[in-house]
Design a protein around this ligand. Structure first.
Ligand SMILES: Nc1ncnc2c1ncn2[C@@H]1O[C@H](COP(=O)(O)OP(=O)(O)O)[C@@H](O)[C@H]1O
Ligand SMILES: [Mg+2]
Length: 207
């Protein structure tokens, strides 16, 4: 039985609630209908994004990336009920003293990439620090891909998030992430992805 307790975040795509699932603290991520979309199409989009996100949350865990346990996928109400991960967001704890956490961010992204998954929204709001470990959330935009370009976009988005939210430590934080990335995928993979990130930045500047 699900009970919504309070709204945590209302995003463009979904509303996230702190909830109770048979008495267990839980998170319910609900995609509500969008009035501006045709009803049938809207339903198809919500069902497909809900099931896709739940699938990626599971797949990521199988790839060795900590993610919340999925308790229930409610396709009728297009909701995912998952384990509540207790702890602060990386965004709220990242400082010169904790910049080493970004090494783990890089390792987790590399593990996803090694398993053919690209997260596509690796901001510091989407990592929760739980008992000293980072847990990754928000797989709503994730895709299956082995392409260098898609992997580089993941790292580019991380770099942008660090520059935007943590400008004082951003270069150090990103270089920690790259060290973690190369620990998992090797120096060669890291060098290729860094070159491609630079390409993406050049294209951004002259576009
Ligand atoms: N399983 C979870 N446990 C604890 N907090 C969560 C969980 N899932 C999401 N959150 C919190 O809710 C916020 C929004 O969830 P998220 O899936 O990132 O939705 P959005 O797509 O709107 O960004 C996260 O940044 C995190 O703070
Ligand atoms: Mg998010």
């Amino acid at each position: 039985m699900l009970e919504l307790v309070r709204l945590v975040k209302k995003g463009a795509e979904a509303s996230v609630y702190f909830a109770s699932w048979f008495g267990e603290p839980a998170i319910a991520k609900v995609r509500f209908p969008k009035a501006y979309r045709h009803e049938k199409l809207d339903r198809r989009i919500r069902v497909s994004r809900t099931s896709s996100e739940a699938k990626f949350i599971r797949e990521a865990r199988e790839a060795g990336v900590p993610t919340p346990l999925i308790y229930f996928v409610d396709l009728k109400n297009t909701a995912i009920v998952m384990q509540y991960v207790d702890g602060p967001r990386l965004k709220d704890v990242l400082s010169p003293d904790t910049v080493g956490l970004c090494r783990e961010v890089g390792r987790l992204l590399a593990r996803l990439h090694a398993h053919g998954i690209v997260h596509n929204d690796p901001t510091t709001s989407n990592f929760i620090l739980h008992k000293g470990r980072l847990v990754m959330v928000d797989f709503g935009l994730s895709i299956h891909s082995e392409r260098l370009e898609d992997r580089a976009v993941d790292l580019h988005l991380l770099k942008e998030a660090l520059a935007g939210g943590h400008s004082d430590i951003a270069p150090k934080a990103f270089s920690e992430a790259l060290s973690g990335y190369s620990e998992v995928l090797g120096e060669g993979a890291k060098a290729s992805v860094v070159r491609r990130v630079a390409d993406i930045e050049r294209r951004g500047r002259y576009a």
